[in-house]
Design a protein around this ligand. Structure first.
Ligand code: CP
Length: 328
Protein backbone atom coordinates (compact mmCIF):
# COMPACT_ATOMS: atom_id res chain seq x y z
CA UNK A 1 0.00 0.00 0.00
CA UNK A 2 1.29 3.47 -0.77
CA UNK A 3 2.24 5.25 2.44
CA UNK A 4 0.81 8.43 0.89
CA UNK A 5 -2.70 6.92 0.71
CA UNK A 6 -2.38 5.49 4.22
CA UNK A 7 -1.30 8.90 5.54
CA UNK A 8 -4.25 10.58 3.82
CA UNK A 9 -6.70 8.01 5.22
CA UNK A 10 -5.33 8.27 8.75
CA UNK A 11 -5.38 12.04 8.58
CA UNK A 12 -9.05 12.02 7.45
CA UNK A 13 -9.98 9.44 10.10
CA UNK A 14 -8.46 11.43 13.02
CA UNK A 15 -8.49 8.30 15.25
CA UNK A 16 -12.28 8.18 15.14
CA UNK A 17 -14.62 5.17 15.21
CA UNK A 18 -18.28 4.98 14.26
CA UNK A 19 -20.67 5.24 17.22
CA UNK A 20 -22.47 2.08 15.99
CA UNK A 21 -21.60 -1.62 15.55
CA UNK A 22 -24.14 -2.34 12.77
CA UNK A 23 -25.46 -0.14 9.96
CA UNK A 24 -29.18 -0.87 9.75
CA UNK A 25 -30.86 2.53 9.34
CA UNK A 26 -29.87 6.14 8.70
CA UNK A 27 -31.49 6.88 12.09
CA UNK A 28 -28.57 5.01 13.74
CA UNK A 29 -25.96 7.44 12.43
CA UNK A 30 -24.93 10.62 14.22
CA UNK A 31 -23.91 13.71 12.24
CA UNK A 32 -20.31 12.95 13.29
CA UNK A 33 -20.58 9.40 11.90
CA UNK A 34 -21.87 10.69 8.56
CA UNK A 35 -19.15 13.36 8.31
CA UNK A 36 -16.49 10.74 9.05
CA UNK A 37 -17.83 8.44 6.30
CA UNK A 38 -17.96 11.33 3.80
CA UNK A 39 -14.42 12.53 4.63
CA UNK A 40 -12.96 9.04 4.19
CA UNK A 41 -15.05 8.43 1.07
CA UNK A 42 -13.49 11.48 -0.58
CA UNK A 43 -9.97 10.12 0.04
CA UNK A 44 -11.01 6.72 -1.31
CA UNK A 45 -12.65 8.36 -4.34
CA UNK A 46 -9.43 10.18 -5.21
CA UNK A 47 -7.50 6.89 -4.89
CA UNK A 48 -9.90 5.20 -7.38
CA UNK A 49 -9.21 1.42 -7.22
CA UNK A 50 -5.74 1.64 -5.62
CA UNK A 51 -5.20 -1.49 -3.59
CA UNK A 52 -4.31 -1.36 0.09
CA UNK A 53 -3.82 -3.91 2.86
CA UNK A 54 -5.61 -2.08 5.65
CA UNK A 55 -8.15 -4.90 6.07
CA UNK A 56 -5.85 -7.81 5.27
CA UNK A 57 -6.75 -9.80 8.41
CA UNK A 58 -10.49 -9.28 7.87
CA UNK A 59 -13.03 -11.67 6.37
CA UNK A 60 -16.21 -10.15 4.99
CA UNK A 61 -19.27 -12.05 3.78
CA UNK A 62 -21.61 -10.59 1.17
CA UNK A 63 -24.94 -12.36 1.67
CA UNK A 64 -27.22 -11.17 -1.13
CA UNK A 65 -30.52 -13.03 -0.89
CA UNK A 66 -32.09 -10.66 -3.44
CA UNK A 67 -30.72 -9.48 -6.81
CA UNK A 68 -28.21 -6.65 -7.03
CA UNK A 69 -25.63 -5.30 -9.48
CA UNK A 70 -24.34 -2.04 -8.00
CA UNK A 71 -24.42 -2.76 -4.27
CA UNK A 72 -23.03 -6.29 -4.44
CA UNK A 73 -20.18 -5.48 -6.83
CA UNK A 74 -19.20 -2.30 -5.00
CA UNK A 75 -18.98 -4.10 -1.63
CA UNK A 76 -16.95 -6.88 -3.27
CA UNK A 77 -14.53 -4.49 -5.01
CA UNK A 78 -14.31 -2.40 -1.84
CA UNK A 79 -13.40 -5.43 0.29
CA UNK A 80 -10.84 -6.70 -2.21
CA UNK A 81 -9.23 -3.27 -2.75
CA UNK A 82 -8.76 -3.03 1.03
CA UNK A 83 -7.10 -6.45 1.21
CA UNK A 84 -9.84 -8.46 2.93
CA UNK A 85 -11.08 -11.95 2.08
CA UNK A 86 -14.51 -11.55 0.49
CA UNK A 87 -16.98 -14.44 0.33
CA UNK A 88 -20.16 -14.03 -1.73
CA UNK A 89 -23.30 -16.04 -1.16
CA UNK A 90 -26.62 -15.71 -2.94
CA UNK A 91 -30.18 -16.76 -2.13
CA UNK A 92 -30.21 -19.61 -4.61
CA UNK A 93 -26.83 -20.86 -3.36
CA UNK A 94 -27.62 -20.84 0.36
CA UNK A 95 -29.14 -23.40 2.72
CA UNK A 96 -32.09 -21.06 3.39
CA UNK A 97 -33.50 -22.59 0.20
CA UNK A 98 -33.45 -26.01 1.95
CA UNK A 99 -35.50 -24.73 4.87
CA UNK A 100 -32.77 -23.58 7.30
CA UNK A 101 -33.85 -20.55 9.34
CA UNK A 102 -32.33 -17.12 8.68
CA UNK A 103 -30.93 -17.17 12.21
CA UNK A 104 -29.26 -20.60 11.84
CA UNK A 105 -27.78 -19.65 8.47
CA UNK A 106 -26.44 -16.35 9.83
CA UNK A 107 -25.06 -17.94 13.02
CA UNK A 108 -23.34 -20.50 10.77
CA UNK A 109 -21.71 -17.71 8.74
CA UNK A 110 -20.74 -15.94 11.97
CA UNK A 111 -18.94 -19.10 13.16
CA UNK A 112 -16.22 -18.37 10.57
CA UNK A 113 -15.51 -15.13 12.48
CA UNK A 114 -16.04 -12.60 9.68
CA UNK A 115 -15.85 -9.03 10.94
CA UNK A 116 -18.64 -7.94 8.60
CA UNK A 117 -21.72 -9.50 7.01
CA UNK A 118 -23.28 -7.37 4.28
CA UNK A 119 -26.88 -8.43 3.83
CA UNK A 120 -29.58 -7.81 1.23
CA UNK A 121 -32.97 -9.37 1.87
CA UNK A 122 -36.49 -9.16 0.46
CA UNK A 123 -37.75 -9.20 4.09
CA UNK A 124 -38.05 -5.79 5.79
CA UNK A 125 -36.38 -5.69 9.21
CA UNK A 126 -34.52 -9.01 8.86
CA UNK A 127 -31.01 -7.45 9.19
CA UNK A 128 -32.21 -5.62 12.36
CA UNK A 129 -33.31 -8.91 13.93
CA UNK A 130 -30.18 -10.85 12.96
CA UNK A 131 -27.82 -8.07 14.08
CA UNK A 132 -28.95 -8.59 17.68
CA UNK A 133 -27.87 -12.23 17.67
CA UNK A 134 -24.52 -12.46 15.88
CA UNK A 135 -21.07 -11.00 16.57
CA UNK A 136 -20.13 -9.61 13.12
CA UNK A 137 -21.20 -6.12 12.14
CA UNK A 138 -24.28 -6.35 9.93
CA UNK A 139 -24.49 -3.85 7.09
CA UNK A 140 -27.98 -3.50 5.65
CA UNK A 141 -27.55 -3.48 1.85
CA UNK A 142 -31.31 -3.07 1.33
CA UNK A 143 -34.08 -4.85 3.26
CA UNK A 144 -37.46 -5.19 1.57
CA UNK A 145 -39.44 -1.96 1.66
CA UNK A 146 -37.55 -0.59 4.65
CA UNK A 147 -34.11 1.02 4.19
CA UNK A 148 -30.94 1.08 2.10
CA UNK A 149 -28.59 3.21 4.22
CA UNK A 150 -25.40 2.95 2.15
CA UNK A 151 -27.39 4.15 -0.89
CA UNK A 152 -28.44 7.26 1.05
CA UNK A 153 -24.83 7.94 2.08
CA UNK A 154 -23.59 7.74 -1.51
CA UNK A 155 -26.50 9.88 -2.65
CA UNK A 156 -25.68 12.48 -0.01
CA UNK A 157 -22.04 12.54 -1.16
CA UNK A 158 -23.17 12.97 -4.78
CA UNK A 159 -25.44 15.90 -3.87
CA UNK A 160 -22.83 17.59 -1.65
CA UNK A 161 -20.05 17.15 -4.24
CA UNK A 162 -22.17 19.24 -6.56
CA UNK A 163 -24.22 21.62 -4.40
CA UNK A 164 -21.83 21.90 -1.34
CA UNK A 165 -24.77 22.26 1.10
CA UNK A 166 -28.38 21.02 1.15
CA UNK A 167 -29.65 23.73 3.48
CA UNK A 168 -32.22 25.67 1.49
CA UNK A 169 -31.89 23.34 -1.51
CA UNK A 170 -34.97 21.66 -2.98
CA UNK A 171 -34.71 17.90 -3.52
CA UNK A 172 -37.67 16.52 -5.51
CA UNK A 173 -38.21 12.77 -5.26
CA UNK A 174 -40.37 11.32 -8.04
CA UNK A 175 -41.92 7.88 -8.29
CA UNK A 176 -42.86 4.75 -6.38
CA UNK A 177 -42.47 5.87 -2.76
CA UNK A 178 -44.42 3.11 -1.05
CA UNK A 179 -42.26 0.24 -2.33
CA UNK A 180 -38.94 2.05 -2.03
CA UNK A 181 -36.31 1.30 0.62
CA UNK A 182 -34.15 3.90 -1.15
CA UNK A 183 -36.77 6.51 -0.20
CA UNK A 184 -36.79 5.21 3.42
CA UNK A 185 -33.11 6.06 3.86
CA UNK A 186 -32.96 9.07 1.54
CA UNK A 187 -35.72 11.03 3.28
CA UNK A 188 -34.04 10.45 6.66
CA UNK A 189 -30.62 11.68 5.53
CA UNK A 190 -32.11 14.69 3.69
CA UNK A 191 -33.91 15.75 6.87
CA UNK A 192 -30.62 15.54 8.81
CA UNK A 193 -29.06 17.91 6.23
CA UNK A 194 -32.00 20.37 6.27
CA UNK A 195 -32.98 19.90 2.62
CA UNK A 196 -36.42 21.06 1.47
CA UNK A 197 -38.04 17.81 0.34
CA UNK A 198 -40.73 17.49 -2.33
CA UNK A 199 -42.40 14.22 -3.24
CA UNK A 200 -44.17 13.74 -6.58
CA UNK A 201 -46.09 10.54 -7.05
CA UNK A 202 -49.44 9.01 -7.89
CA UNK A 203 -51.62 9.02 -4.72
CA UNK A 204 -51.54 5.22 -4.83
CA UNK A 205 -47.76 5.23 -4.27
CA UNK A 206 -47.92 7.43 -1.15
CA UNK A 207 -47.78 5.45 2.12
CA UNK A 208 -49.54 6.71 5.29
CA UNK A 209 -46.14 6.80 7.07
CA UNK A 210 -45.13 9.74 4.86
CA UNK A 211 -46.75 11.96 7.52
CA UNK A 212 -43.78 11.37 9.86
CA UNK A 213 -41.47 13.22 7.45
CA UNK A 214 -41.22 16.92 6.61
CA UNK A 215 -42.10 16.63 2.92
CA UNK A 216 -44.42 18.54 0.60
CA UNK A 217 -46.56 16.31 -1.61
CA UNK A 218 -47.26 17.09 -5.27
CA UNK A 219 -49.41 15.17 -7.71
CA UNK A 220 -48.42 17.27 -10.74
CA UNK A 221 -44.79 16.90 -11.70
CA UNK A 222 -44.76 20.15 -13.72
CA UNK A 223 -45.48 22.10 -10.51
CA UNK A 224 -42.74 20.41 -8.48
CA UNK A 225 -39.81 20.55 -10.88
CA UNK A 226 -39.11 24.27 -11.53
CA UNK A 227 -37.37 25.22 -8.24
CA UNK A 228 -35.68 21.85 -7.78
CA UNK A 229 -31.93 21.66 -7.21
CA UNK A 230 -31.99 17.87 -7.34
CA UNK A 231 -34.49 15.66 -9.16
CA UNK A 232 -34.31 12.12 -7.77
CA UNK A 233 -36.26 9.50 -9.77
CA UNK A 234 -37.29 6.17 -8.25
CA UNK A 235 -38.08 2.98 -10.13
CA UNK A 236 -41.57 1.47 -10.22
CA UNK A 237 -40.83 -1.73 -8.29
CA UNK A 238 -42.57 -4.41 -10.31
CA UNK A 239 -41.01 -7.18 -8.19
CA UNK A 240 -43.02 -5.86 -5.21
CA UNK A 241 -46.31 -5.75 -7.08
CA UNK A 242 -46.15 -2.04 -7.88
CA UNK A 243 -47.75 -2.46 -11.30
CA UNK A 244 -51.05 -3.07 -9.52
CA UNK A 245 -50.96 0.50 -8.14
CA UNK A 246 -51.00 2.31 -11.51
CA UNK A 247 -53.29 1.90 -14.54
CA UNK A 248 -50.28 0.88 -16.67
CA UNK A 249 -46.56 1.60 -16.87
CA UNK A 250 -47.20 3.55 -20.07
CA UNK A 251 -49.70 5.78 -18.28
CA UNK A 252 -47.28 6.21 -15.34
CA UNK A 253 -44.49 7.22 -17.72
CA UNK A 254 -46.78 9.71 -19.47
CA UNK A 255 -47.83 11.33 -16.19
CA UNK A 256 -44.73 11.05 -13.97
CA UNK A 257 -41.75 9.96 -16.11
CA UNK A 258 -38.86 12.44 -16.26
CA UNK A 259 -38.95 13.43 -19.92
CA UNK A 260 -36.63 15.83 -21.74
CA UNK A 261 -39.48 18.37 -21.88
CA UNK A 262 -40.12 18.10 -18.14
CA UNK A 263 -36.43 18.26 -17.19
CA UNK A 264 -36.21 21.47 -19.23
CA UNK A 265 -38.47 23.05 -16.57
CA UNK A 266 -35.62 22.81 -14.03
CA UNK A 267 -32.71 25.21 -13.48
CA UNK A 268 -29.41 25.04 -15.42
CA UNK A 269 -27.62 23.59 -12.40
CA UNK A 270 -30.30 21.06 -11.39
CA UNK A 271 -28.91 17.54 -11.17
CA UNK A 272 -30.74 14.34 -12.07
CA UNK A 273 -30.23 11.28 -9.89
CA UNK A 274 -31.51 7.69 -9.82
CA UNK A 275 -30.33 4.80 -7.62
CA UNK A 276 -30.43 2.32 -10.51
CA UNK A 277 -31.41 0.12 -12.11
CA UNK A 278 -33.08 2.69 -14.39
CA UNK A 279 -36.02 1.43 -16.41
CA UNK A 280 -35.43 3.61 -19.44
CA UNK A 281 -38.47 5.45 -20.82
CA UNK A 282 -40.55 4.56 -17.75
CA UNK A 283 -38.77 6.29 -14.81
CA UNK A 284 -36.45 8.45 -16.91
CA UNK A 285 -36.53 9.01 -20.64
CA UNK A 286 -33.50 7.55 -22.37
CA UNK A 287 -31.67 10.71 -23.54
CA UNK A 288 -31.58 12.01 -19.95
CA UNK A 289 -29.68 9.01 -18.58
CA UNK A 290 -26.45 10.35 -20.10
CA UNK A 291 -27.45 14.05 -20.00
CA UNK A 292 -24.68 16.36 -18.76
CA UNK A 293 -26.70 17.05 -15.60
CA UNK A 294 -27.26 13.33 -14.91
CA UNK A 295 -25.21 12.05 -11.94
CA UNK A 296 -26.33 8.41 -12.22
CA UNK A 297 -22.87 6.97 -12.93
CA UNK A 298 -21.26 9.31 -10.41
CA UNK A 299 -23.62 7.79 -7.82
CA UNK A 300 -22.19 4.37 -8.73
CA UNK A 301 -18.61 5.67 -8.40
CA UNK A 302 -19.40 7.26 -5.04
CA UNK A 303 -20.95 3.96 -3.92
CA UNK A 304 -17.56 2.28 -4.08
CA UNK A 305 -15.86 5.08 -2.13
CA UNK A 306 -18.56 5.24 0.57
CA UNK A 307 -18.61 1.46 1.03
CA UNK A 308 -14.82 1.35 1.36
CA UNK A 309 -15.09 3.94 4.14
CA UNK A 310 -17.80 1.98 5.94
CA UNK A 311 -16.10 -1.41 5.80
CA UNK A 312 -12.76 0.08 6.92
CA UNK A 313 -14.47 1.64 9.94
CA UNK A 314 -16.31 -1.58 10.89
CA UNK A 315 -13.40 -3.88 10.00
CA UNK A 316 -10.75 -1.99 11.95
CA UNK A 317 -12.21 -0.43 15.09
CA UNK A 318 -9.51 1.56 16.86
CA UNK A 319 -11.27 1.28 20.24
CA UNK A 320 -11.23 -2.56 19.89
CA UNK A 321 -14.74 -2.69 21.44
CA UNK A 322 -16.74 -5.86 20.77
CA UNK A 323 -20.35 -5.67 19.64
CA UNK A 324 -22.86 -6.77 22.32
CA UNK A 325 -25.14 -9.58 21.05
CA UNK A 326 -27.13 -12.51 22.37
CA UNK A 327 -27.19 -16.03 20.94
CA UNK A 328 -30.63 -17.65 20.91
N1 CP B 1 -29.18 0.97 -6.17
C1 CP B 1 -29.12 -0.38 -5.96
O1 CP B 1 -29.31 -0.85 -4.82
O2 CP B 1 -28.83 -1.11 -7.06
P1 CP B 1 -28.62 -2.70 -7.09
O3 CP B 1 -29.97 -3.32 -6.82
O4 CP B 1 -28.07 -3.01 -8.44
O5 CP B 1 -27.65 -3.04 -5.97
Amino acid sequence: MSSLLKDKLESARKNQDLSIFDLLSIDDLSQKDISLVLDLAEVFKQSKTEKTDILKSVTMINAFYEGSTRTRTSFEIAGKNLGSDVINISGSGSAVKKGESWLDTTETLAAYHPKIIVMRTAESGLPNFLAKHVAPSIINAGDGLHEHPTQALLDLKTMLDYHKTLKGKVVTIVGDISHSRVFGSLVRILEKYDATIRVVSPQTFIPHEIQQFKVTLFTEIEKALPESDVVYALRVQEERGAKGYVPSLREYSKTFGISVKRFALTKPDTILMHPGPVIRDIDVHSPLVTHKQSKILEQVENGLAVRKAIIWLFGDRLDKKEKPYQLI
